[in-house]
Design a protein around this ligand. Structure first.
Ligand code: 4AD
Length: 441
């Protein structure tokens, strides 16, 4: 007898079938018991087995043979059917302490330290599946628009996003007699830029690593980064237009592909609301004015206001976006706190053509910008940032051999999903999160 997947059981009313799965709930009565068996995520992957009293333990992996019957009138379960047990074989035993190690309503610390077990809980399994669906939606949006996926390297020899968050490591290579500096990639942007002349618009979904000191609910040391690079971006508005299209398209695809799981998780209506949320554009200068008028201070204690060219720290930025309550494309930052590769505003070269996408509740979910395309200007920026030209040889070459006037962006997959699913922390989304202090499981 071949094994039937639980979600197909309804097709076999009156017949005997064999299923395999984990014991996920036990209800005992004096003469009988209900055993819930699960063979995947989501409610359709669960079935109730009606059995005589057995010695059964939570999370055993079992093979069950039984007859499919319609649920008695008035009874409710995940399926319209249940299984009347004929035979049960324990394939994989389980210790009886599963529930005490991973209780319903466990606190955050248990959810993280027992992640390998907590992963099986109904809601977290759904989040894990939705993360998978979300990734396929991002891929679909890019590939439908003619973009190719690139697989960049993890080990790199230069920094992309500043030395403060670099992970350095020993690497078996030298330059002459000198050992080479090696890092874990902070962003795959430079590799996408390198691929543009060969394959055109391209993207990657790949981990990025940041030696973040901050223990915030939106920072990880390893995060999944969806990055892309677009050619033929001759002005800033074209770049902003692409960002608007990207944000809206990804959410629309997610609503279609994730409908069942979003509904099971109770997050569908939220995502519908977010798909309709207005997107506004605001320059850094306007954001500073907004902070002043909304009494969002640079220093709360002394009630000091921000100066025009101050970087707005995360906390105040989030407060501002929460108050605005819309998706905000924050643009034209002063050059002194943005990366060397960002193009300057032709109307005011002290500002960059960069744009961060900010959302209520989470803050920045996308970092983006138009790239410097002129070789001399790039060299000048490297110098100003204390970076060595010879470490950026290949990057400079891209300005030497047919630069296609590109812009690009990096979307924090898990931050974006934290926002869509309305979770408190990025740690509620990532299957095995990595942040300072956490390396297992
Ligand atoms: O703004 P960032 O640093 O931009 C870049 O890395 C560019 N090189 C991307 C590009 O243009 N190709 O990071 C982009 C996004 C952020 O908006 C945020 O969503 C996410 O990556 N991110 C993090 N997510 C989790 N933990 C961290 N420590 C993160 N740092 C950045």
């Amino acid at each position: 007898m071949s094994v039937v997947s639980i979600s197909d059981a309804e097709k076999f009313v009156g017949q005997s079938i064999k299923i395999r799965g984990w014991v996920s709930k036990i209800q005992s009565f004096p003469k009988h018991m209900f055993i819930e068996i699960r063979d995947g995520p989501g409610d359709k992957s669960k079935i109730q087995v009606v059995s005589k009293v057995l010695d059964i333990v939570m999370e055993q992996y079992v093979e069950v043979i039984g007859t499919v019957s319609k649920l008695p009138a008035g009874k409710r379960s995940y399926q319209s059917v249940e299984l009347q047990l004929t035979d049960l074989i324990v394939v994989g035993t389980s210790n009886s302490d599963f529930t005490s190690r991973c209780p319903d309503g466990a606190g955050q610390e248990i959810k993280l330290s027992e992640r390998h077990l907590y992963l099986r809980s109904r809601d977290f399994a759904l989040v894990t599946v939705l993360r998978s669906i979300f990734l396929s939606c991002i891929r679909k949006v890019f590939s439908d628009s003619g973009s190719f996926e690139l697989v960049p390297p993890c080990f790199v020899g230069n920094q992309c996003e500043g030395g403060a968050t670099l992970f350095s490591l020993d690497y078996p290579a030298t330059h002459g007699d000198e050992p080479l500096s090696a890092y874990l990639t902070q962003s795959s942007q430079f590799y996408l830029e390198m691929a543009i002349p060969a394959i055109g618009d391209c993207y990657c979904i790949y981990p990025s690593f940041r030696a973040e000191k901050s223990h915030t609910r939106r920072h990880l040391t390893e995060f999944l980064h969806a990055e892309c690079e677009w050619k033929d971006v001759f002005d800033f508005e074209t770049h902003l237009q692409k960002l608007r299209w990207l944000v809206k398209s990804i959410i629309s695809e997610f609503l279609i592909a994730g409908e069942t799981q979003l509904k099971e998780l109770g997050a569908y209506d939220r995502v519908v609301g977010l798909s309709e949320m207005e997107i506004i554009t605001m320059t850094h200068a306007e954001a500073i004015k907004e902070c002043r008028s909304r009494k969002i201070y640079k220093d709360v204690e002394t009630q000091t206001h921000f100066d025009d060219r101050d970087d707005i720290p995360e906390m105040q930025e989030r407060a501002l976006i929460d108050q605005i309550g819309k998706i905000v494309l924050l643009t034209k930052f002063p050059a002194e706190f943005k990366s060397f590769y960002m193009a300057r505003d032709p109307d005011d070269p002290s500002l960059t053509l960069g744009c961060d996408v900010e959302v209520p509740g989470v803050g920045e979910v996308i970092g983006s910008g138009v790239r410097v395309y002129d070789e001399d200007e790039l060299k000048q920026r490297l110098k100003e940032n204390g970076l060595k030209e010879d470490e950026y040889r290949e990057y400079i070459d891209l300005r030497r051999y047919g630069n296609a006037r590109t812009s690009g962006m990096g979307l924090g997959v898990d931050r974006f999903l934290t926002w869509l699913l309305g979770k408190d922390s990025i740690r509620d989304i990532v299957t095995f999160p990595r942040y300072p202090g956490r390396l297992t499981p």
